[in-house]
Design a protein around this ligand. Structure first.
Ligand code: SF4
Ligand code: SF4
Length: 156
C-alpha cells in the first residue's frame, strides 16, 4: 500500500519538475485576467457614451457593506440627474452582489487589479457625477434594437 503512495508522490514531483513556470515576473509581466475575475466596481455606458445607470438605487440597497451611495435630483418632468454616485473601494469585499442585482447592467466588476493608493482619500471613488441618469425608455430602445438585429440575423 505504501508503495503505491510513494509512486504517486514521485509521479506528481516528476510532473511538476517537467512543466514550465506558471508565475510571471510581475510588475514587468502581467497576466490577462479571466472574464469572471472581480475587482473594483465600475460604471458602464451606452454606445453614445452616456451612463446606463437609471439611479434606481437597487445596488445601494443590496450592498452588504453599505459603501455605495447615490445623490440624485429629480426634475419636474421626472427625469433624474445623478449628482454623485459614490463608492468606497477600500471597504469593498468585491462580492459582485451589486453587479448581479443591477437590472440595467449599469455597473460591472473591473479587471484593474493595481488598486493601491497612497492617499486614503482616493479610496472614496466617484463612479459618476453630474450626469443625466438613463431613462427606462432608453433601455427599452436598446433592447428593441438588439432584438431587431437578432431577428435580422436569424432571417439571413
Ligand atoms: S462588490 Fe459587494 S461590497 Fe463591493 S460595492 Fe458591490 S455589493 Fe458592495
Ligand atoms: S448601477 Fe444599476 S442598480 Fe445601481 S442605481 Fe444604477 S441602475 Fe440602479
Amino acid at each position: 500500500m505504501w508503495g503505491a503512495g510513494l509512486l504517486n508522490g514521485l509521479r506528481i514531483t516528476l510532473r511538476n519538475m517537467l512543466r514550465g513556470p506558471i508565475t510571471v515576473k510581475y510588475p514587468h509581466e502581467k497576466v490577462e485576467l479571466p472574464e469572471r475575475a472581480r475587482w473594483a466596481v465600475e460604471p458602464t455606458f451606452f454606445e453614445d457614451g452616456s451612463p446606463r445607470c437609471t439611479a434606481c438605487l437597487t445596488c445601494v440597497r443590496v450592498c452588504p457593506d453599505h459603501i455605495l451611495s447615490l445623490d440624485v435630483e429629480t426634475r419636474e418632468d421626472k427625469s433624474k440627474r445623478i449628482v454623485r454616485f459614490g463608492y468606497e473601494i477600500g471597504a469593498c469585499m468585491m462580492c459582485g452582489l451589486c453587479v448581479e442585482a443591477c437590472p440595467f447592467d449599469a455597473i460591472e466588476m473591473g479587471h484593474d487589479y493595481e488598486l493601491a493608493v497612497t492617499d486614503p482619500a482616493e479610496l472614496r471613488r466617484t463612479l459618476l457625477a453630474d450626469v443625466d441618469a438613463a431613462s427606462a425608455a432608453k433601455h427599452r430602445e436598446e433592447k428593441a434594437k438588439a432584438s431587431g438585429e437578432a431577428g435580422e440575423g436569424s432571417d439571413a
